[in-house]
Design a protein around this ligand. Structure first.
Ligand code: HEC
Ligand code: HEC
Length: 386
């Protein structure tokens, strides 16, 4: 059962670590894995692999602290009213509680904001972009996006933004400390590199469930029943939400290992259509089979990240579970009406199941064990000027 929690990559080491998985959770000790970089020590549970860090942006404490300052700095937006943290709020696991967010100039984003914990380990970034594969690449989107505007930078006004930062003597000194080999370190590229380094340091690994895995805490009877349901064959949650971040799919019945899945949320034309501009990977590839495919969301801190799904259209965890139990979503009225349960591109794993009220409570109780209170209150990750 517990093995289902682990990604295939982590499986081998764990089999050795806990003798084939037959022993209790205490066998999975909290031994930490240390990174090779002398400047940065990753402190991770034994079942976390080391994240991949781009060779041209190694981690350091000075860079992390600069990135932290910039993440909370409103001067990064065109009109000085928005920072990354305006939409990515620590107490909500770096989400904002809204279905859709609002950019600096008032435009709504097309998609629901994503949590940032453990984003160092994602294979791709944002809800439906297999082509955006590093945090550095991703950041260009909020900084420079035009449709819709998020922070409103343009090639024409980016120098003014750098000048705003440069006028701050303390911040200026932090750039020199973070990039000691450079004579003029106050550049857009270094803004991006340092915020990416801060984001790689946003590690959530101390939830109640992690403490259970490490033998430090026990799960209640309802949490344990919920765990059985989550990893069980009826609900099949862990078939897609597997691995240490609950976002790694196992192979589907066709043998395909894919991080992007259609869960049957929409079917606006009876032929599987999702409403534009939220058609998932289809927006990038134009391939019919990619219609409605979105990245499997990590379920760490999921109790804090409502509302749910790529467009925030599912309000509560109760609604999420009803949706999966129904094998997709039937919308009877409105612009997006249609029977998502019959979407031809839907994953065969979303086939519906029956559950009692008790089962539902148990499953939600398990999902709540993934909340990491250390992460959302850690002052190292908060606004340094408050
Ligand atoms: C206006 C609100 C807003 C602002 C400001 C904002 N973001 Fe986001 N962020 C979002 C939304 C919405 C998404 C989901 C985007 C999508 O899928 O199209 C997102 C996604 C992300 C992701 C992808 C996470 C993942 O799991 O793939 C990262 C990383 C991120 N933002 C970092 C940042 C950084 C760094 C900044 C500041 C430079 C920033 N964001 C500013 C709303 C915002
Ligand atoms: C076929 C793979 C698959 C299965 C099986 C699956 N999910 Fe998901 N899940 C996804 C994908 C893909 C998304 C993102 C969908 C979207 O936004 O359109 C998602 C999103 C979610 C979200 C929303 C997360 C957020 O931050 O918005 C929750 C909660 C969730 N799933 C819980 C579950 C539970 C509980 C089960 C078992 C009952 C389950 N999932 C089964 C693929 C799956």
């Amino acid at each position: 059962m517990r093995l289902a929690f682990l990604s295939a990559a982590a499986l081998l080491s764990v089999l050795t670590a806990c003798g084939g998985g037959a022993s209790g959770p205490a066998a999975m000790d909290a031994a930490t894995t240390q990174g090779s970089s002398a400047a940065w020590a990753w402190s991770l549970p034994s079942y976390f692999p080391l994240p991949v860090v781009p060779a041209d942006n190694p981690m350091s404490e000075a860079k992390f602290q600069l990135g932290r300052s910039l993440f909370y700095d409103m001067r990064l937006s065109v009109n000085g009213i928005q920072s990354c943290a305006s939409c990515h709020i620590q107490s909500k696991a770096f989400t904002d509680g809204l279905a859709l967010s609002r950019g600096a100039t008032g435009e709504f984003t097309n998609r629901n904001v994503q949590p940032l914990g453990n984003s160092a380990w994602h294979n791709s970034y944002t809800w439906g972009r297999p082509d955006v594969t590093t945090l550095e690449q991703q950041m260009v989107i909020p900084l420079f996006a035009e449709h819709p505007v998020e922070m409103g930078l343009t090639p024409a006004n980016q120098d003014a933004m750098l000048a705003r930062l440069g006028n701050d003597h303390k911040l200026n000194a932090m750039f020199f400390a973070a990039f000691p080999a450079e004579v003029a370190p106050l550049t857009l590229s270094n803004v991006i590199k340092s915020i990416a380094a801060f984001q790689r340091g946003l590690i959530t690994a101390d939830s109640h469930y992690d403490r259970f895995l490490q033998g430090k805490e026990t799960l209640t009877a309802t949490e344990l029943r919920g765990k059985e349901l989550f990893f069980g064959d009826a609900a099949k949650c862990s078939r897609c939400h597997g691995g240490f971040n609950f976002d790694a799919p196992l192979s589907d019945p066709g043998g395909n290992l894919t991080f992007f899945q259609n869960t049957g949320l929409y079917n606006i034309d009876g032929a599987g259509g999702f409403p534009a501009p939220n058609r998932g990977v289809f927006e990038i590839t134009g391939q019919a089979a990619d219609m409605g495919k979105f990245r499997v969301a990590s379920l760490r801190n999921v109790a804090l990240t409502a509302p749910y799904m790529h467009d925030g259209s599912v309000v509560t965890l109760e609604d999420v579970i009803d949706f999966y139990a129904a094998g997709g979503r039937l919308l009877t009225t409105g612009r997006d009406a249609g029977d998502g349960r019959l979407n031809p591109y839907k994953s065969p794993l979303i086939s519906g199941f029956t559950m009692t009220g008790q089962d539902k409570n148990d499953l939600i109780a398990f999902l709540k064990t993934l909340t990491d209170n250390t992460f959302i209150t850690n002052s190292r990750l908060s606004n340094p000027s408050q």
